[in-house]
Design a protein around this ligand. Structure first.
Ligand code: GSH
Length: 376
């Protein structure tokens, strides 16, 4: 028998989906696409509960044996398909981190590529268990949209990119954008921030939003867009990969126009699932601090060279992990199979020129913001 709550859930999701589709069909109309994120969220909050009968998604995922993880699939260095068809990148690896912790197998991930406008509905409908999709933690998403957010894995900020051939340079600012066609993807914080920034700078812009960031970049290359704007990491990745020979793409210097803390996002009110995800991420951060790497994680327990916290985290006193519904060696599996935060960062982000040193994404011990509570 289908329960009333289940019917309500389905109806809410269907309604939200209709609104999203309608909004996203209007790619050329920035005012209507700008509302897509809010419209979807407003209608899909209260009726939707992720778990039925008090069961946590942790139990569901463990019974299923696979993690359904929502990614972009088009975010250079964060989640893209490599030539062999494997999903690679910083976000993709954090999907693997969760799978290693929860299932003992980093490869037990079903990657689901989602546009920005699709992503929250995919969580609410149960299509994905978690999002690792360049998703910014905001007040409305945390409340009205019905998401919960895990630890920030990447501190980003929105930036703008133009072409040197169009006169943009190392001194360009938003104030130089009068009449410019500025492009970004729909259903993002990005489209809202640029509107605010243009207004604050007193310039009138022509904002065009598209569902797919590949199209945004193609239109920038063809000249249909003067400027593209998104999370700084996205611009760095696109420039590294797509700037044509002999052309100079300029990322405007100076402070980003917004704060974009990116990290795991999942449905609200499932504390057991939230704890599993959050502590999987924290484990990678603590391992970085303690010098626990993919190469030595399997040999930490019982090794005096590592302190008591490292021993606990790697499963020496396994009860902390067991009490949260994970295997005692869950985090050892994470580090052995995927690596610590620093290894994950270096592997995926150094190749496009993003480095931790001196950035917000350095560890707190190096003056950055990457920090985890104690494993105790
Ligand atoms: N962080 C912003 C923007 C997320 C977003 O959609 N970013 C774009 C640009 S980084 C994306 O993932 N597109 C794929 C790409 O970067 O190519 C949000 O949560 O709304």
């Amino acid at each position: 028998m289908i329960k009333k709550s289940k019917i309500l859930q389905l109806l809410a999701v269907l309604f939200a989906f209709t609104l999203i589709s309608a909004a996203c069909g209007d790619d050329d109309d920035s005012s209507s696409s700008a509302s897509s994120e809010t419209s979807a969220s407003e209608e899909s909050t209260d009726e939707v509960t992720l778990t039925q009968d008090g069961e946590s998604l942790l139990d569901t995922v463990q019974a299923r044996g696979t993690l359904n993880c929502g990614v972009s699939g088009a975010a250079v260095a964060f989640s893209t398909l490599d030539p062999s068809g494997e999903m690679v990148g910083f976000d993709a690896d954090f999907c693997r981190v969760v799978a290693a912790a929860v299932l003992g197998d980093a490869s037990a991930v079903n990657f689901v590529s989602l546009t920005a406008a699709e992503r929250f509905t995919a969580v609410q409908s149960g299509d994905v268990d978690v999002l690792m999709r360049n998703t910014t933690w905001t007040q409305s998403r945390d409340t009205d949209v019905g998401m919960d957010f895990g630890p920030t894995t990447y501190y980003d900020g929105q930036q703008l990119m133009g072409k040197a051939a169009d006169g943009f340079s190392g001194s360009s600012t938003v104030a130089d954008l009068e009449g410019a066609t500025i492009c970004t993807n729909a259903g993002t914080t990005t489209e809202k921030n640029i509107g605010d920034a243009a207004e604050a700078a007193g310039v009138t812009i022509n904002l065009q939003t598209y569902e797919d960031f590949d199209i945004v970049t193609d239109n920038f290359i063809s000249g249909a867009c003067d400027i593209i704007t998104t999370d700084g990491s996205g611009l760095v990745g696109r420039k590294a990969q797509q700037q044509p020979e002999g052309e100079e793409w300029v990322i405007f210097p100076g402070a980003p126009i917004s704060k974009e803390p990116l990290g795991p996002t999942y449905g609200q009110n499932d504390s057991k699932w939230a704890d599993a995800i959050n502590w999987s991420v924290y484990a990678t951060i603590i391992a970085s601090e303690k010098g626990i790497t993919s190469g030595n994680a399997a040999g930490v327990v019982g090794n005096d060279a590592f302190d008591a916290e490292s021993q606990r985290l790697m499963g020496g006193e396994g009860e902390l992990q067991s009490l949260m519904g994970l295997a005692a060696d869950a985090f050892q599996q994470v580090i052995t199979q995927v690596g610590n935060y620093d290894e994950i960062y270096a592997r995926n982000l150094n190749p496009v020129g993003l480095t931790r040193a001196g950035s917000s994404n350095a560890g707190w011990e190096d003056g950055g913001l990457i920090y985890a509570p104690p494993a105790r």
